[in-house]
Design a protein around this ligand. Structure first.
Ligand SMILES: *[C@@H]1O[C@H](CO)[C@@H](O)[C@H](O)[C@H]1NC(C)=O
Ligand SMILES: *[C@@H]1O[C@H](CO)[C@@H](O)[C@H](O)[C@H]1NC(C)=O
Ligand SMILES: *[C@@H]1O[C@H](CO)[C@@H](O)[C@H](O)[C@H]1NC(C)=O
Ligand SMILES: *[C@@H]1O[C@H](CO)[C@@H](O)[C@H](O)[C@H]1NC(C)=O
Ligand SMILES: *[C@@H]1O[C@H](CO)[C@@H](O)[C@H](O)[C@H]1NC(C)=O
Ligand SMILES: *[C@@H]1O[C@H](CO)[C@@H](O)[C@H](O)[C@H]1NC(C)=O
Ligand SMILES: *[C@@H]1O[C@H](CO)[C@@H](O)[C@H](O)[C@H]1NC(C)=O
Ligand SMILES: *[C@@H]1O[C@H](CO)[C@@H](O)[C@H](O)[C@H]1NC(C)=O
Length: 547
């Protein structure tokens, strides 16, 4: 499969080449950047509903970059001869859920949306073929929080290694620290939108996004600070499936409130990644649905109209039926017939080992919601708009009758057969369930441990404390008794009293080690798992790459 795209998201980042050290000759941006003119939305180019790309100018060269809200670094592979840029003497390798990019960290002047950053730090990549062959883009710009930027971490804090948006926000030309983006849908006769990206102002005609509920992105507990994403909690027990009923959900995030899921908004994912049970609930009752184990997605007849509605902040976000079942990849089934892909696929390649999130809402969701992301106090070196960061979403697929008509026109050749018996959902009892691989079971188990290690650690401390306390207490009792009692008799009595309880303790902990879900007693067994965690994401990437 060619253009199944940069499933973005962090995962592992490895340092390469500590060897070369070039004097650090980058000047931090004290020169006030010039604002070229009136602000206007930046056009976003839609490549087959699978990649959303904009132009930036870097070192005087125009390059097209994927807009990725799921990561925070800028990397570019210049077409042709690379222009002159300044070295920072550092190198880096960035690994994404699919693909990786490595090279040297350089600085150069950057222009985007009529803003100029005099010395933007970026990763200059020489080989990006692991990303996507024949790619329609030269790089990727991460639009996530600055604290997730590997370049920022790699450069000294005074070296100006902040992400592109952070550098723009820090220029004090703007009163607010937010971006917005509107993604268009190709092959949809009623979609008249053009893809647009704006900084600190809404897309004209969509001003009322600023009165939508503000979804706090920091409420949910994270083990590591750099695992912060643009994320929000779904509304409690409110995810409506194709049969009009609520889909049962259960979060893997340790502190997520009951009945709510942690959703990451990630424009780098073509397909959304949802818990397996949710994907099965959406597609498992479709007649002729087949789960493709290799690609880890459902295939369904292209004429199948499925309605799914997400809820955030009490607002409904219906998904266009053209987005629930994707027809942009020429897929055939075992019999050679054309089939379509369920664009809400089980989360496998991007599964959160640290239990940071449950689902990743990619382009198949984001085409249905105009999105505003306010960085608030994430913006380093900016002194305005320093509140909590948040996301605002404005539903775009609100005219359901038109969405229905679009689907009929495109997928059913203009004749509304969506009510015919071949498209009726199977009864719940006949729902298919996609198989869980051994690797996935292992990942789930590891997630359960890794995401809870602070509790496990505290549990162990408490346990050790109790044991030590108990021993001390026993010793004291023994001394007191030794003082008070007949020496010989006391000796035998005490032996049996002190040994017995300790044996019982040992047996108990052995039994509990094998009980899944019980935390404290897992510790001795789970220790050996921990170092493996670094390798694990890489294995997954290899599995995910090569469509
Ligand atoms: C940049 O400024 C120029 C001149 O002021 C204007 O014509 C153009 O539309 C602006 N472009 C963007 C992307 O803001
Ligand atoms: C980027 O620039 C190229 C070349 O000027 C142009 O053809 C393309 O339409 C631009 N893309 C966007 C999204 O503006
Ligand atoms: C995918 O979308 C692109 C752009 O709309 C279109 O040119 C292409 O034909 C589509 N591919 C399929 C298989 O429908
Ligand atoms: C590199 O740094 C020098 C010295 O600060 C500066 O004059 C020059 O413009 C920089 N070049 C680029 C491409 O950023
Ligand atoms: C936003 O404004 C549009 C047009 O003015 C209106 O149709 C829509 O209902 C408004 N949406 C919200 C959430 O206020
Ligand atoms: C292929 O065709 C056979 C016979 O019509 C049918 O039983 C089978 O389910 C089809 N396979 C797929 C994957 O659709
Ligand atoms: C999906 O929702 C639309 C609008 O409510 C409706 O017209 C259509 O029949 C629904 N489709 C299915 C398969 O339920
Ligand atoms: C589909 O069935 C529903 C309920 O039976 C009915 O209300 C609707 O009008 C039907 N739609 C079509 C296009 O036949």
């Amino acid at each position: 499969m060619h253009s199944l795209i940069p499933l973005s998201l962090f995962l592992t980042v490895l340092d390469v080449a500590h060897a070369i050290r070039v004097p650090f000759n980058v000047h931090t941006g004290t020169t006030p950047a010039r604002k070229l003119g009136r602000r206007a939305p930046v056009p976003i180019n839609n490549i087959g509903n699978a990649e959303y790309i904009s132009n930036i100018t870097l070192a005087g060269v125009q390059v097209s970059v994927i807009l990725d809200t799921g990561s925070s670094d800028l990397w570019v592979k210049f077409p042709g001869t690379a222009p002159s840029t300044n070295s920072t003497g550092k190198s880096l390798s960035l690994a994404y859920a699919v693909g990786s990019a490595s090279g040297n960290i350089q600085t150069a002047p950057l222009q985007f949306a009529n803003f100029t950053v005099p010395d933007q730090a970026f990763l200059q990549v020489s080989d990006s073929s692991s990303f996507s062959p024949n790619a329609a883009f030269n790089g990727l710009v991460g639009l996530g929080p600055n604290q997730g930027s590997q370049i920022y971490k790699k450069l000294d804090s005074d070296a100006g290694g902040e992400s592109m948006l952070n550098r723009i926000f820090a220029q004090d030309k703007l009163s607010e620290n937010y971006m917005t983006f509107l993604l268009d849908r190709k092959n949809d006769p009623s979609d008249t939108l053009t893809g647009q990206f704006t900084i600190a102002e809404p897309v004209p005609g969509f001003e009322n996004i600023t009165s939508q509920p503000k979804l706090n992105v920091e409420t949910v507990y994270k083990i590591l600070k750099d695992q912060q994403h643009w994320q929000a909690l779904t509304d409690k027990n409110h995810l409506v499936g194709p049969d009009g009923n609520i889909i049962d959900i259960e979060s893997i995030v340790p502190k997520a409130p009951d009945g709510q899921l942690v959703a990451v908004f990630d424009s780098g994912f073509t397909f959304s990644q949802v818990p397996r049970s949710v994907s099965d609930a959406i597609y498992g009752r479709v007649q002729g649905a087949v789960y493709d184990e290799k690609n880890q997605w459902w295939t369904v007849p292209c004429g199948q109209m499925l309605n799914v509605t997400f809820y955030f902040g009490g607002v409904a976000f219906p998904i266009h039926p053209l987005d629930v079942v994707d027809d942009n990849f020429s897929i055939t089934n075992a019999n050679g017939s054309h089939v379509c892909i369920g664009a809400f696929q089980p989360i496998t390649s991007a599964f959160s080992l640290f239990g940071n999130f449950d689902l990743i809402l990619g382009m198949s969701f984001l085409r249905n919601a105009y999105t505003l992301m306010d960085f608030g106090d994430w913006a380093v070196g900016s002194d305005k708009d320093q509140g909590d960061p948040y996301v605002q979403l404005l539903p775009l697929t609100t005219d359901l009758a038109t969405a229905h008509a679009d689907f009929v026109k495109i997928r059913l050749a203009g004749t509304d057969t969506s009510n015919s018996s071949q498209y009726a959902l199977l009864p719940t009892s006949e729902q298919q369930h996609s198989p869980i691989s051994a690797a996935e079971k292992k990942a789930k188990y590891e997630e359960m441990i890794l995401s809870r290690w602070p509790y496990i650690f505290v549990g162990c401390l408490v346990f050790v404390g109790l044991v030590v306390g108990y021993i001390v207490w026993r010793c004291c009792c023994r001394k007191r008794r030794e003082r008070n009692a007949n020496k010989n008799k006391g000796f035998f009595e005490q032996k049996s009293q002190t040994y017995l309880p300790l044996q019982v303790q040992g047996q108990q902990s052995q039994v509990q080690v094998n009980t899944p879900g019980f935390q404290e007693q897992h510790y001795p067994q789970q220790q050996p798992h921990y170092p493996q965690q670094e390798h694990y994401p890489q294995q997954q990437q290899q599995g995910a790459y090569g469509y």
